[in-house]
Design a protein around this ligand. Structure first.
Ligand SMILES: *Cc1c(COP(=O)(O)O)cnc(C)c1O
Length: 371
């Protein structure tokens, strides 16, 4: 069976883990953590990067940093992973779900302004498939209404919008290094901060509400409890694994892009004939080849295609189910119909995408499907 995802190992992971273990420092914020954070800050222009135990945790840090309180409203696309919403729900926010664009799953920035009320505190654009949302429009609205923008860039490492790295545009952003993402550490994530106002508090929340980071820089002469927080930092064992991946980021990205381009080129005609749409990239954005998806003409066509691929030993999978109609949020949602989000819920299909993928084989099997 060709899986949907297969974690890629560069070969250096266990060597670096061994180095971390032998160094005697295996808790968080050590040498490997700092190497990873510095790499990301320098390569992508984040003002501050903090490794976290997951993207979900980084989102929870954002909800605390944005000072989200009971009754505040946060605008989140409905077509996203639960973590994007949960972080704010835990702080007592009301989630105002936004629809996707008609032709891609990203939040439709032209419809955000109508959702803003005096209670709105933040907008959380999700760069689906690693492809940028309309960040110019979103940052314009944030400025106009004094809102905080938190990019959920879980899928968006090494992807750009008008020359700026995703995760460097909003006030803060979050990334995932879960094994299904491009660069991995099993579980893992990162918070990035681009607005100086939030940096000191982010370090405190990261380290269980203490000013330990300042203490280690020699800025205060003892450290103690100064705020709320949790243990959001990963151990050096995780960071060592991540460092091996980072060293190979160019190679990993190049290979994924080759697969992606192969899909696009060799499926174009087949897709056209079967009234299936292939993923496309807006002009302002680059492609990080996190994912290759199709949009089928109907839910039944998608089911038929999934079954066809299964018979050919290939696992292709659909994705999110609109959060506004989830069992948990359904009754709290204000009843607006989010047509495009529901459309992608029913019709989007993700093809296998990973470093060692035999893309030619997958394409040849896909092309045998006709309806
Ligand atoms: C993967 C993902 C997450 C969660 O990441 P974890 O590191 O597993 O917590 C959140 N949002 C989106 C859009 C994702 O794709």
């Amino acid at each position: 069976m060709i899986p949907f995802n297969k974690p890629y190992l560069t070969g250096k992971e266990t060597q670096y883990i061994e180095e971390a273990v032998k160094s005697g420092k295996i808790s968080g914020n050590g040498m490997f953590t700092q190497k990873c954070q510095t790499f990301f800050e320098q390569k992508y222009g984040f003002k501050k990067a903090l490794l976290t135990t997951s993207c979900t945790d980084a989102l929870e840090m954002c909800a605390i940093l944005a000072n989200i309180q009971e009754g505040d409203e946060v605008i989140v696309p409905s077509f996203t992973f639960v973590s994007t919403a949960i972080a704010f729900v835990r702080q007592g926010a009301k989630i105002v779900f936004a629809d996707s664009c008609p032709d891609n799953p990203n939040i439709d920035a032209t419809k955000i302004e109508a959702l803003i009320t005096p209670k709105t505190k933040a907008i959380v654009p999700v760069h689906y498939a690693g492809v940028a949302c309309d960040m110019d429009k979103i940052m314009f609205l944030a400025d106009k209404y004094n809102l905080i923008v938190i990019e959920d860039a879980a899928q968006a490492i090494d992807s750009f919008y008008n020359g700026k790295a995703l995760g460097s545009i909003g006030h803060m952003a979050t990334f995932s290094f879960h094994e299904t993402k491009n660069i991995i550490s099993g579980e893992g994530g990162m918070l990035t901060i681009n607005d100086d106002r939030f940096i000191p508090r982010a370090e405190v929340i990261w380290e269980k509400g203490t000013n330990r980071a300042e203490f280690f820089r020699g800025e205060v002469n003892k450290y103690g409890w100064v705020d709320i927080g949790s243990s959001f930092l990963p151990s050096e064992i995780i960071a060592a694994f991540l460092w091996a991946q980072i060293e190979n980021i160019e190679n990993i990205q190049k290979k994924r892009l080759q697969h992606w381009d192969f899909y696009l080129e060799h499926l174009a005609e087949w897709a056209n004939k079967n009234e299936i749409k292939l993923m496309s990239i807006i002009n302002e954005a680059t492609n990080n080849a996190h994912m290759f998806y199709l949009v089928c003409k109907s839910v039944s066509q998608r089911t038929a295609l999934i079954n066809h691929l299964k018979q050919n030993e290939i696992l292709a999978v659909f994705h999110y189910i609109s959060l506004h109609s989830s069992p948990f949020y359904n009754e709290k949602h204000d009843g607006r119909i989010l047509e495009n989000s529901d459309n992608f819920t029913d019709r989007l299909l993700r093809l296998p995408m990973y470093y060692e993928l035999d893309v030619e084989n997958v394409v040849s099997k896909i092309k045998k499907y006709e309806n």
